[in-house]
Design a protein around this ligand. Structure first.
Ligand code: SAM
Length: 177
């Protein structure tokens, strides 16, 4: 069952041998910047363990799962769908409307790798661009989540961490929890 306040990130189009780090970083960025769950299309499933390992060590909650039917996952989503694409509407023009929609239900953020099937554009409630310039799914996800949460995700508290990073002006300090 979907949590009405949930923000989930669906990573499409992982290319084995090319996208391992990108898919891992989509998951880690989703986790660090306030999403609740990442769903990896099947070819990216090998990255699930890496993301879960970071959650085990640095805290959660954050869930990772895989799907062998990402288009079906989108079609079945009972909430708002945002697809991040350089061809979409500027994030700064639609973020308020998206935030309002999200007050009433869960939000799915879809990012691609290679060419995204047309079905995704059609099923999305919002096709959203972070600038209309080509860059990366990691960058667009980070900027989108920061706009969605209006920066509040930066102050998130983490649960069940093995270790906590203690901010330092210089040097590294990590305390065992
Ligand atoms: N032609 C693609 C597109 O539709 O944005 C660019 C492919 S890019 C290598 C991989 C993914 O990065 C895209 O599927 C999209 O999710 C994201 N992306 C790249 N540039 C973006 C932008 N300016 N705004 C939003 N998302 C972007």
């Amino acid at each position: 069952m979907q949590d009405t306040q949930e923000v989930a990130v669906l990573r499409l189009g992982h290319r084995p041998g090319r996208d391992e780090r990108m898919t891992t970083h989509v998951g880690l960025t989703a986790r660090a910047l306030g999403a609740d769950r990442a769903i990896l299309a099947k070819d990216g499933a090998s990255q699930q363990g890496t993301i879960e390992d970071i959650t085990d060590r640095f805290g959660g909650p954050f869930a990772v799962e895989t799907t062998d039917n990402p288009i079906g996952f989108i079609e079945d989503w009972d909430g708002t769908i945002v697809h991040l694409t350089m061809y979409g509407l500027p994030v700064q023009d639609v973020e308020t409307e998206i935030r309002t929609d999200h007050e009433d239900g869960p939000l799915l953020v879809v990012v691609g790798a290679e060419k995204v099937p047309w079905d995704v554009y059609e099923n999305a409630d919002y096709n959203v661009a972070v600038t209309n310039q080509p860059h990366s799914e990691i960058a667009s996800l980070a900027v989108f989540l920061d706009h969605l949460f209006e920066g509040a995700e930066l102050d998130r508290e983490w649960e069940d961490a093995d270790r906590n990073v203690v901010p330092q002006a210089a040097g590294k300090r990590v305390d065992e929890a």
